[in-house]
Design a protein around this ligand. Structure first.
Ligand SMILES: Cc1cc2nc3c(=O)[nH]c(=O)nc-3n(C[C@H](O)[C@H](O)[C@H](O)COP(=O)(O)OP(=O)(O)OC[C@H]3O[C@@H](n4cnc5c(N)ncnc54)[C@H](O)[C@@H]3O)c2cc1C
Length: 434
């Protein structure tokens, strides 16, 4: 098993439970991947904000299996929207009707679009048109420019224009399919979730090797050879790759991956400053920020989900930019970026400015797959080399959004296919008389 993020953990879980002997290799010193944490004065804080949704069925089933589903705490949270330095709540139909930055007609159009998208769900034909065409058709040019463009740019940068509409329809469906905006967390954070899965894996005999980066995967006779950063090589019956697709391409230049080799999926990266304060910024969990002269595209105030009493009285705020690894912003130094984010905070939330107790900067290049039109037809299979090499990664979550739950669904699909193919290739003893 290559990779110790949720895709690797969930895949390892299913395969171990089916009786396979699993060895999991993780390049870093901690499990959890993008949801892993850093320590601030004894407090574990996720490097990138994460929360659970009530619709996360596959993830919640995994939490049940490892005995921590009951620990999930669900809370109603609010979303705000900052335009021109003013904050507008954006949670109910009434909030939308009162949203002054849009002309009244556009507010109605927006409500209608959301209602229609929710009623229709993610229809497969939306894979054929871009998100921009879809919004223009259903809500009009002005609504696209004024509201959707900045929101989409905040997640996907310039690449948003070519994304299939199916992605947005799926997102609207996930975010709003519960009546109230409710999100969940586990005490101890995602580190506690990863630790619970790790305990479960070890109890089933799985071996976990941290700080072990896989450099190469090759077929060798009946075996799959895995080579590590120190040059050592080990042979396995099968390999399951759960890293982003680009990493598979780098690690496996000689593997006969067929059509998977042609899927040149690019990824949007993320830069985020975690600014810990003594005072809250606002009452909103998530707030996109547009036309306000800020560097960040949005702020997530985790303390509006996880109360400050659970984080030693510290308020945990994420100042976020989704940006490509080739962008000028991505290349700036940690210190420069933190200064920019802190300046955003001082200007937009001056009441909290004096109380900064910690600043941390994290960036990562391969986060949001930049889907292209008709990706549904290119989506890599979970068994690129049946019986030998399997794949469960974010390149396969489409059209679902990139989230822990979607990764758990892909892992379950991979494990089912794995079980079918492995039992099909095992010699079967047939008893009977000729
Ligand atoms: C800012 C941000 C906010 C998010 N918010 C949410 C949220 O609220 N809810 C939600 O459900 N999801 C959220 N997500 C998405 C979520 O993080 C991803 O869907 C999920 O983490 C993907 O898991 P993964 O295991 O596929 O990949 P990763 O988490 O990237 O894990 C891959 C692992 O493979 C390891 N690895 C890579 N190369 C090698 C190698 N050569 N050898 C060995 N190991 C290797 C890496 O070190 C890493 O641990 C968010 C993501 C970001 C960035």
């Amino acid at each position: 098993m290559l990779g110790g993020g949720i895709s690797g953990l969930a895949s390892a879980w299913h395969l171990s439970r089916a009786g396979h002997r699993v060895v999991l290799f993780e390049a870093s010193s901690e499990l959890g991947g993008l949801a892993s944490a850093f320590d601030h004065d004894g407090l574990a804080v996720e490097r990138f904000y994460h929360c659970l949704m009530p619709t996360d069925d596959a993830l919640l089933a995994l939490l049940r299996d490892v005995g921590i589903e009951r620990e999930v705490i669900w809370r109603q949270v609010a979303m705000g929207f900052m335009v021109g330095g003013r904050v507008f709540p954006m949670n109910t139909a009434l909030d939308l009707l009162r949203f002054e930055p849009l002309p009244f007609l556009d507010r109605l159009r927006m409500g209608l679009m959301a209602l229609r998208a929710r009623a229709q769900g993610p229809k497969p034909e939306l894979d054929e048109i871009t998100v921009v065409e879809w919004i223009r058709q259903t809500a009009g040019e002005r609504l696209y420019r004024r509201l959707w463009k900045p929101l989409l740019e905040a997640k996907l940068g310039d690449s948003h224009a070519g994304i299939p509409a199916l992605w947005l329809a799926s997102r609207i469906h996930r975010e709003k399919s519960s009546q109230k905006e409710v999100k969940g967390f586990v005490p101890g954070g995602y580190r506690a979730i990863a630790a619970a899965i790790e305990r479960g894996l070890r109890s089933m005999g799985a071996v976990i090797r941290l700080r072990t980066e896989v450099k190469r995967i090759e077929l060798s006779g009946e075996k799959v050879d895995v080579t590590f950063q120190d040059g050592a090589c080990e042979a396995f019956d099968r390999a399951v790759v759960t890293t982003p697709l680009v990493t598979l391409h780098q690690m496996a230049p000689t593997l006969p991956l067929g059509a998977v080799r042609d899927v040149q999926l690019d990824y949007q990266g993320v830069v985020n400053g975690v600014i810990l304060t003594k005072r809250p910024l606002s009452r909103f969990y998530w707030m996109p920020i547009v036309e306000s002269g800020a560097v960040c595209q949005g702020v997530v105030e985790m303390t509006n989900l996880v109360p400050a009493a659970r984080s030693n009285g510290v308020y945990v705020n994420y100042f976020v930019n989704y940006t490509h690894r080739s962008s000028e912003l991505y290349s700036r130094s940690d210190g420069e970026l933190l200064d920019l984010y802190e300046a955003d905070m001082r200007r937009l939330f001056p009441h909290a400015a004096g109380g900064v107790v910690g600043r941390y900067l994290f960036r990562t290049p391969f986060v949001e797959p930049i889907w292209t039109l008709r990706y549904g037809r290119q989506r890599p299979p979970v068994n690129p080399i049946p019986g030998r090499v399997y794949l469960a990664c974010t390149a396969q979550v489409y059209p679902k959004i990139n989230a822990w739950n979607s990764c758990c669904e892909v892992a379950a699909e991979m494990a089912e296919t794995f079980a079918r193919e492995i039992s099909a290739t095992r010699p079967v003893a047939v008893a009977g008389r000729a």
